[in-house]
Ligand binder design. Structure first.
Ligand code: OKP
Ligand code: ZN
Length: 347
């Protein structure tokens, strides 16, 4: 397994997120990726490389120009409001819900924070853009490696990406790395690309980006959005729209779901991907399905992840793994690398 490691990931280090009326310490911390990196090295899973640099235009296949411009300049705008802001992260507090306009770009910074976001749990920090931008390079590098003949590659990066849409951040995500990888595979000449999202949370951003497209099939197994974040997307009746109808599948499962049911669902999702005729697979690899995850509700055990990797390998597709969630920090390295090792060991 070839790994592209985001050496700038720790530039994004949120302090506090809004939760039940309080600001609480962020769950999405740099140590998550540090543990995965350490475990990859300990098990000698393969080369660990810095990403190739890609031009900013590579992000435009997935994100809007005005959103990327906002992200790139947001920190400086935030500090310009008040020099004391340099000591605290930026969080949104107002949003254009139904009946309010999102076509107008307000001059007010708080108004634009809300326009380009979906929750108050995703702090934007001094280094957020640099970290997220380098993460995009990792995802694109992994996709190009796989398009060039590698069996698999892993984009080891944070912040995660699958909640980020074409023009919004949220759910700890800013740049949609999995979507960038899928789009890059398409541009490398693969006609049919599948994204399998196995993070505990529905990949609403990825789904939305490809919802009307028949060339990128999106399938997600996740906690039922009736009770779990992101709440407003991820239901089983979301099958795609327009030309994309039939190319989106959601597999919501109740809190408490264990490996037996989860794995049977994985087999169904993989059957759909096979039927689609995918030529390459992008896996949004969230490790928050783990029983010990502090913000999630499934009960997979560490050893189960070896089996997950093996099951993914049986799809027989060139595969890009993109790191997403997983907040049981002490175990996230073991669990993530179990998936990758299970994949590598399956012939
Ligand atoms: C990101 B990814 C916990 C609130 C959780 C957002 C969850 C984002 C998960 N106090 N809110 O999919 O792992
Ligand atoms: Zn998650």
């Amino acid at each position: 397994m070839l790994t592209y490691y985001n050496h700038l990931h720790s530039q994004h280090q949120g302090k506090l997120e809004m939760f039940r009326g309080q600001l609480v310490p962020c769950f999405e911390v740099p140590a998550r990726v540090d543990h995965v990196l350490a475990e990859l090295k300990a098990r000698k899973l393969g080369a660990i490389l810095p990403p190739e640099p890609f031009d900013d235009s590579a992000l435009l296949g997935v994100h809007s120009q005005r959103y990327l411009d906002f992200l790139a300049g947001a920190w400086d705008e935030w500090v310009a409001l008040d020099p004391a802001n340099a000591q605290r992260d930026a969080l949104p507090s107002v949003w254009p819900v139904r009946s309010l306009r999102s076509d107008v770009l307000p001059a007010n910074f708080a108004a634009r924070m809300g326009l380009f976001s979906m929750d108050a749990g995703t702090p934007l920090t001094e280094g957020t853009w640099d970290a997220a931008r380098a993460g995009a390079d990792c995802a694109l590098s992994a996709a190009l490696a796989v398009a060039g003949g590698e069996r698999a590659a892993f984009a080891l990066t944070r912040p995660p990406g699958h909640h980020a849409g074409a023009d919004f951040f949220g759910g700890y995500c800013f740049v949609n790395n999995a979507a960038l990888a899928a789009q890059a595979l398409r541009e490398q000449g693969l006609d049919r690309v599948a994204i399998l999202d196995i993070d505990y949370h529905h990949g609403n951003g990825t789904q939305a980006i490809f919802y009307e497209r028949p060339d990128v099939y999106f399938s997600s197994i996740h906690g039922d959005p009736h009770t779990e974040y992101p709440f407003y997307l991820g239901y089983a009746d979301e099958l795609g729209a327009g030309a994309g109808l039939g190319f989106n599948r959601n597999w919501p499962l109740p809190r408490g779901t264990g490996f037996e049911v989860w794995r049977a669902t994985l087999q169904q999702a993989l059957a759909g991907i096979a039927e689609f005729g995918a030529q390459a697979l992008v896996v949004s690899l969230g490790m928050d399905t783990f029983v010990g995850d502090p913000i999630s509700g499934f009960s997979l055990q560490s050893a189960d992840y070896l089996q997950v990797g093996e099951d993914l390998a049986k799809a027989g597709l060139p595969t890009v793994f993109v790191f997403e969630g997983g907040y049981a920090v002490a175990e996230v390295g073991t669990n993530a690398v179990n998936v990758l090792q299970g994949f590598d060991q399956a012939a």
